[in-house]
Every structure is written in C-alpha cells, then in structure tokens.
Write a protein that binds this ligand. Sequence first.
Ligand code: DON
Length: 304
Amino acid sequence: MEYQALFLKINNSLKGFQDSGQVANYIPELAKVDANKFGVHLTTIDHKQAGFGDDNEKFSIQSIAKVLALTLAYTFEDEILFKRVGVEPSGTPFNSLYLLETDQGIPRNPLINAGAIVVCDVLMSHLKNPKADFLKFVQTVSGNSAISYCERIVTSEKSCGYRNMALVNLMKTFGNIKNKIDDVMDFYFNLCSIQMTCNELSKTFLFLANDGFCPVSNKVILSPSKSKRINSVMQSCGFYDEAGEFSFKVGLPGKSGVGGGIVAVHPGKYSIAVWSPKLNKKGNSNKGIAFLERFTTETDTSIF
Ligand code: DON
C-alpha cells in the first residue's frame, strides 16, 4: 500500500469539504491556533511510516492524554480501578455535570473530563512526583524524551476551568476524590497540555495496536487483555456523545482532543494520528473524522 499517495488523494478529495467547525475557543490559548493546519501520520506495527501535511508540527493533545493516564492507572490498580469510574458511554458532552449527581460521583467512563479527573486522583495516590513520573511514562511509551507539558496552556486552562472545578468539587462531596482538589486539577491540566506532533502521537499509541507491547521502546506497557480493554473503552467512549457516529463512520477505536487531534488504532495493524483544529459541536475534529472515514474505507481497514 502506497500510503503517501493515498493521503494526498484523500486530502484532494476533501478540498470541497465545507468545514463549518470552529477552533476551540473556551481555552484562550487554543483559540490562537491556525485553523487551517492539517497533518496526518501513520505508523504500522511492522515499522512502515507515512506522513502528510503538518505532521511534524506540535499541537496540544488535550483529552487524548486521558488514554495514557488510564493506561498507567490500570497497571497500578487492575480491575479495582473500575469501582471508581465506569466503562459505559455517557451520551453526554465531555464536560457535562449532568449524570454525576444521579450516579453518586462515579463518572460513566475514564475519557470524559470527570472520569479523567478521577484517574488523575488515582495516579496521584500511586506516584511520588505525579507530574514528573507521568511525563516519564509518556516519554517511555513514545520513545521520545523530548515530549513535554506546555505551561502556557496550563495557565490558560486554569484561568477558565470553572466546569472542571465544578466536576471535581461535586465528586469530592461523594468521596470519589482522595487528594487535594487543587493538586489533582494541577495534574489534570498539565496532562491535557502535553504537546505532540501527529508523527509522535501515532508512535505513542502503537502499543495499543500491538497487544500492549511498545515496539518503540521494546517494553511491555500493558498485558494483551488490558490493551484490548483500553481499545474497547476508546471504541465506546472516545468521542463522547459522538462515539457511536465515529464507530459507524470510521470503525476504529480512537480518541479525540479539543486541540483538533484524533488518534485511532487498528489492533494488529497500525496507529494513525490526524490533526485539524476546527471542531464540530461535539468537540471533535471535523476534517479529522472525514479524513479517517475515507482512510478506513479506501484501505478496507475498519475493524468491523
Ligand atoms: O478539560 C478540558 O476541557 C480540556 N482540557 C480537555 C477536553 C477535551 O480535549 C475534549 N475532547 N475533545
């Protein structure tokens, strides 16, 4: 398969694509990003690579980092983790407070904001230096010691993180947050601020295409069973109230972020990352989804 030529062909076919999306504007720093950026990068488990466009430019991976936090928390807690956070799609927006009240402070899944905040709390109870230790983990999985947080984004998110603060406070009243709220949120905002290129992102998620074994660092990150389960959570919850639609159109487990990134995994084959900052109303990259839909159609690689 000549992936480079295919990327060009799909991109050309999207030239007339009416992107009515908007760059995330509820985080001031993200609103400054050039809306017309576009990058895609594919890495296969048999070491093939292909990139197109701005695939070597850093962007804020935002919620995509929730999958890496979940991965590390799962290695510490095993199935006990899922007493504090569920694995059901929420059918609500990523920052919704709605279900938390009736669900007694137990988030529906680890990929909505509430769930990721609980996962951060869990990690804080296991890690000596949560921010430094987590970053080290991400660097290991990505095989790249230059991956870092972005202080500018952290400060920007803190300046307007009212909903996230509401979520953590509500969960604290139900006893589902054990550490100090400000420490948990500092960790959460840092996690969301991680910057990567599409190239780096596709490599970072390769372990989920490879039964939990990371071919970049030659390390076991997760058991095959846990790797399968993380993919299953991405499949059903990775796009919030658009998870069904992503599954329907693209047919791969994946995760989006409000920075406009999407990473999708084909277990046994590849990991692919796209970046296009204009988001639809559900907070997911418009062109990113359209591109991936065409990619899995052209390559006949939906998992279904
Ligand atoms: O907490 C937030 O709202 C953001 N840091 C992350 C949200 C996000 O990326 C949702 N994804 N599409």
